[in-house]
Design a protein around this ligand. Structure first.
Ligand code: SAH
Ligand code: SF4
Ligand code: F3S
Length: 477
């Protein structure tokens, strides 16, 4: 009953926002008739794929109102920054870019700036923006993105700075207009938020508590995308392995993945991120059973030291991680495994760091994102006294890369002479006669070919391998 009531309220809210978009469109068209000039917008996205997916909704709204995309912020009439705060350098970049927009605003008061996303959920940042960056017109957060049309309308009517930040989620309002970057692949949120509270991480504070979308809604969205020509779907969640915990019927991530894999015409399924603490045997079984589930698993280890993992509140040990990798490789020997590693977590000793190197050597990852620990205000790790000096952290970081890169290269050598299926994504920017795409195992592959192949899955024989990409030749099927 409660659920039905919520659903009805969400539909009402969605219709209200869509109505506002229509009103804004009428105004836009009237202005266009007078000026004969289209207005342009840029949405700049920082951070992870969740943010990129949110940006597709912002782009959809802007284009329904009438705005056309611009290449650069400097040439646009409207700029939206969708921000990330997972590490300090992401924040510095946003503030730097925001500062450099000030002269444009001074020259042209009709130039509009909106800023949203994870950074806006941090009190100290919000305060800073209000005080030092008062050339911003609209500020909103991660929980009320769907209200953007209404905030925009209020700003256009009053000319005032509009700030609307919520501290927690209220509804999941879906089905706003959205622009997909590529016609052949799409991201689908299966859940929002995170309950894991890893001690270094700001995400649970800025994205709120974990909540899963209903399976029937997810499946309907994917079926519609497939009908629309989408070949590859990326399922998004901060920890997909806890999907379903907030639902009533005991439906889990492996059940969802299996139901999605059965959708006719869906050629590739990817998902991220999988937390090692609750990756189940059922998930491994489903991955193994279905050809359209990509044989790639992103399994962030963060550290190889059980002592540090405990301090990080990751809820697994070094041994558990290694056993899990063994189990996965036993089931799917040629699976590609990638990871995230943080170097310089507070209190990390040389011994702890050696444990990380040890896991890297044992697992021989196919790829890794490596990060220097970044202190995030408000997280438990930020208060640990014993922070690692920048000098030591950087030294360890380089040491880690020096170990990782040759191992990745060695792994890539196994791909040589193999025929891999590549979903062609774009023409190569440096060389327009070349195409770039991704293999099932998520390797970046470059090969010569005609741009008409973009959006298709084609067989490519790998002729040369590098650490970060593979080179090949298209072959006939
Ligand atoms: N939910 C995902 C990760 C989201 S954040 C997961 O748990 O795997 C992406 C990565 O950023 C994390 O895996 C972690 O390696 C890194 N990260 C998060 N907070 C960080 C911090 N404070 N300093 C450095 N790296 C961090
Ligand atoms: Fe952050 Fe941990 Fe949640 Fe990932 S699982 S988003 S690292 S708190
Ligand atoms: Fe993603 Fe950054 Fe937010 S990693 S969830 S955009 S803090």
């Amino acid at each position: 009953m409660n659920h039905e009531k919520n659903l009805a309220e969400n539909i009402d809210e969605l219709n209200r926002q869509k109505n506002i978009i229509r009103q804004l469109r009428i105004k836009y068209d009237e202005e266009y008739k007078k000026t004969g000039k289209h207005k342009t917008y840029v949405v700049k996205t920082y951070g992870c794929q969740m943010n990129a997916h949110d940006s597709e909704k912002l782009q959809g709204i802007m284009e329904e109102i009438g705005y056309h995309p611009a290449e650069k912020e400097q040439n646009a009439d409207f700029v939206i920054y969708n921000t990330c705060c997972v590490r300090e350098n992401a924040e510095q970049k946003v503030l730097g870019n925001l500062g450099s927009l000030k002269p444009y605003k001074e020259k042209n008061p009709n130039f509009k700036i909106a800023i949203c996303g994870c950074m806006m959920q941090e009190e100290h940042i919000l305060k800073k923006i209000k005080e030092k960056y008062n050339h911003v017109d609209i500020i909103f957060g991660t929980f009320n993105l769907y209200k953007f049309p209404e905030l925009l309308q209020t700003h256009l009517e009053t000319g005032e700075m509009i700030i609307d930040i919520w501290n927690e989620h209220q509804d999941i309002v879906e089905d706003l207009p959205s622009i997909r970057k590529d016609s052949f692949k799409a991201s689908v949120n299966i859940m929002y938020g995170c309950n894991n509270f890893c001690s270094y991480c700001i995400v649970p504070y800025v994205r709120g508590r974990e909540r899963s979308r209903l399976p029937e809604e997810i499946i309907a969205e994917i079926k519609a995308l497939v009908q629309d020509g989408v070949k590859e779907i990326m399922l998004l969640g901060q920890n997909v392995n806890s999907y379903g915990k907030t639902l009533e019927n005991g439906y889990t991530f492996p059940s969802l993945l299996e139901d999605i894999a059965k959708i006719k015409g869906l050629e590739r399924i990817r998902f991220m991120t999988s937390h090692p603490k609750d990756l189940s045997d059922e998930l491994i079984d489903v991955m193994k059973q279905y050809d359209n589930i990509c044989k790639h698993l992103h399994l962030p280890m963060q550290s190889g030291s059980t002592r540090i993992l405990k301090q990080m509140n990751r809820k697994y040990t070094k041994e558990h991680y290694l056993q899990l990798v063994e189990k996965i490789r036993l089931a799917m020997p040629d699976i590609s495994l990638t990871t995230d590693i943080i170097v310089g977590f507070p209190g990390e000793t040389e011994e702890d760091f050696k444990e990380t190197l040890d896991v890297v050597e044992k697992v021989k990852f196919n790829g890794a994102f490596t990060f220097l620990y970044s202190k995030r205000t408000g997280t438990p790790a930020a208060t640990i006294k014993n922070q690692v000096s920048e000098e030591i952290a950087k030294k360890r970081f380089n040491q880690l890369l020096n170990l990782l890169d040759p191992l990745i290269y060695e792994n890539n050598l196994k791909q040589k002479e193999q025929i891999v299926k590549v979903l062609v994504e774009e023409s190569n920017q440096q060389d327009p006669t070349s195409l770039t795409g991704r293999s099932d195992k998520n390797h970046l592959v470059h090969f010569k070919g005609d741009p008409s192949l973009i959006g298709q899955i084609v067989p490519v024989k790998i002729t040369e391998v590098k650490t970060y990409y593979l080179l090949g030749e298209k072959v006939n099927e």
